[in-house]
Design a protein around this ligand. Sequence first.
Ligand code: ZN
Length: 176
Amino acid sequence: MKERPHSGTPFADAGTVARPADDDRFMREALDEGRRAAEHGDVPIGAAIVRAGEVVARAGNRREVDADPTAHAELIAIREAARALGRWRLEDCALYVTVEPCAMCAGAAVLARIALVVFGAPDEKAGAVRSAAELLDATWMNHRPRWRFYPLLRDEVERLLGEFFATQRKARSDAD
Ligand SMILES: [Zn+2]
């Protein structure tokens, strides 16, 4: 998987939003949110919104605890960032998320005018950035966030997910 070649967006200069040197720090913030999601029985995916080198919002997946099919980490973090900044345009913000966003969340990043999306592991089945679809590169979108895959914490992201699903399977088999 490669970062998109620089045919990219004319709308945002990702370098002003979050430097690759900061990816480790912000991806770890997202991972922490993922860990917290697991504590309430949610698939451990976490997200952080970064502006000018600071985290302005963070969230974990809350689909189970809120019984809300749209309560993905990215969507909640985008809403909280918009509320914190008092505006819906997040064109100076980067979205860090542990797993490649789905179609809904990639769409929300476009609608929010997010400048940059960084994800920590691909989702081969449903990822809508690179794997199953390439929504952030869609030429019919009126805004195209830049994106990059940050691979150095991929093992941690996938281990967290693996442990979560193993625990779920064990709980189910114990209940039988
Ligand atoms: Zn999603």
